[in-house]
Ligand binder design. Structure first.
Ligand code: ZN
Length: 165
């Protein structure tokens, strides 16, 4: 498994200078540290987690966004037990996993999963800003959840307006 910090630092809770700098510089957060610990602990039971690369996490209104690799997206979506532990320990209701190396369109697809994007357009705004407009098949998504997803997309550097049908 690949995590931003040294395994030893995560397990001991005492950070070396390199790990401390990741937090002090703002590149990673204490949330990333907590999640790294959970994943390392779970990896000792669930061998498949070894394939996971954990890059960074963001939380917004009880919604956790995990940046991972392609295997991570698949494994973390499928591992109900791990997801349950993350929800409980971090104190979030929902988890979404996005491959940080994918292009913006694919990231949006992963962000709104299990809902499906049924329409997508890209507009250019003044100041060379691009904004996606996507239509998501998700009657269950209320206004608040849509807003949260839009905020999380921003953390990925993506401006998006989501319409739920
Ligand atoms: Zn370290």
């Amino acid at each position: 498994m690949k995590i931003p910090f040294c395994d030893f630092c995560v397990k001991s809770g005492i950070l070396c200078q390199k790990c401390r700098e990741l937090i002090d510089s703002g590149r990673n957060s204490s949330l990333d540290l907590t999640l790294s610990r959970i994943l390392l602990e779970e990896a000792s039971r669930i061998r498949e987690l070894e394939k996971v690369e954990f890059k960074k996490a963001h939380v917004e209104d009880g919604f956790l966004l995990i940046l991972s690799n392609n295997d991570g997206v698949r494994i973390l979506r499928d591992s109900k037990e791990v997801a349950e532990r993350i929800r409980r320990d971090i104190g979030v209701e929902k988890i979404t996993v996005v491959d940080y190396r994918k292009d913006q369109k694919r990231k949006l697809e992963e962000l709104v999963y299990p809902f499906r994007i049924v329409g997508l357009s890209k507009v250019w705004l003044p100041g060379n800003i691009t904004e996606f407009k996507i239509v998501v098949e998700g009657r269950e998504l209320d206004e608040k959840q849509v807003e949260t997803l839009e905020k999380l997309a921003k953390k990925l550097g993506i401006n998006v307006r989501i319409q739920a049908l």
